[in-house]
Write a protein that binds this ligand. Structure first.
Ligand code: RB5
Length: 146
């Protein structure tokens, strides 16, 4: 499993802690984010990770900014991306089971590292259920071609 991770200046410390956590779980992590606290623009990093996931360079993506909102909005502009912003594990789990999300976003100013770990664990452990949910995901993705 290879995960691409991206972040802006609001989430450098959180990115480092999450990266360490993922590596402890045996997951390969590719860093697409900034590594300094100097103010930067989250669209740059949301797009990088979105494109890496869409191109299959990495299996999944994790994006972190102050709220997770801006960076997830950016990723969802990339064709093939279904990014979810979560501040609790239930939505993260269901976003995989029902919506087949391929990028998880959260806010470094919203959740603490222990909640972030729980969100990540539920997201990674869940599997897409297919069936009626495949129909709905297909409908979402068809909008990209209209
Ligand atoms: C940066 O101040 C902040 O706007 C950004 O991290 C994010 O929260 C945007 O959605």
């Amino acid at each position: 499993m290879k995960i691409g991770i991206g972040n802006d200046h609001a989430a450098v410390e959180m990115k480092n802690e999450v990266t360490e956590y993922l590596k402890e779980k045996g997951i390969e992590v590719v860093n697409y984010g900034t590594d300094t606290s100097e103010s930067c623009n989250y669209p740059e990093y949301g797009e990088k990770v979105g494109r890496a996931v869409a191109a299959g360079e990495v299996d999944l993506g994790i994006l972190i900014c102050g709220t997770g909102v801006g960076i997830s909005l950016v990723a969802n502009k990339v064709k093939g991306i279904r990014a979810v912003v979560c501040s609790e594990p239930y939505s993260a789990k269901l976003s995989r089971e029902h919506n087949n999300t391929n990028i998880l976003a959260f806010g470094a100013r919203v959740v603490g590292i222990e909640m972030a770990k729980m969100i990540i664990d539920e997201w990674l452990a869940a599997e897409f259920m297919g069936g009626r949910h495949q129909t709905r995901v297909d409908m979402i993705m068809a909008i990209e071609d209209k």
